[in-house]
Design a protein around this ligand. Sequence first.
Ligand SMILES: [Zn+2]
Ligand SMILES: [Zn+2]
Length: 130
Amino acid sequence: MEATKLKKSKQRDAILSFLKTRKDHPTADTIYENVRKDIPNISLGTVYRNLALLTDIGEIKKLSFDGTSDRYDAETSPHCHFRCRNCGKVIDVEVDGVLEDILSHAKVPGQIDEQITVFIGTCEQCMDKY
Ligand SMILES: [Zn+2]
Ligand SMILES: [Zn+2]
């Protein structure tokens, strides 16, 4: 589906602009709690539907991790993520040039549409705690 053919939606706009203010890859629940402050009658189902739509048209990215809720990211340029296995936070990671390098060296029997790289470990805050 093309973005230009979509009817404008106040709810979708609110979801997208909220997500653009966040760098912490919030879950649908967090997005719902915040968008509700502006649009009190929005439902969680509507939030999910719009997040799926925004993902489909490439306005946002969905990050799926085993065993936890999906996270959403308004930063659609190629970047990697770091996930803390202790507190579950997801942080953007810059890896200059290396991503393109991996892609050009990957021997894939077909065409690559997307590359998802997640580093897993313990974040600084959690390391301080133990
Ligand atoms: Zn942590
Ligand atoms: Zn990100």
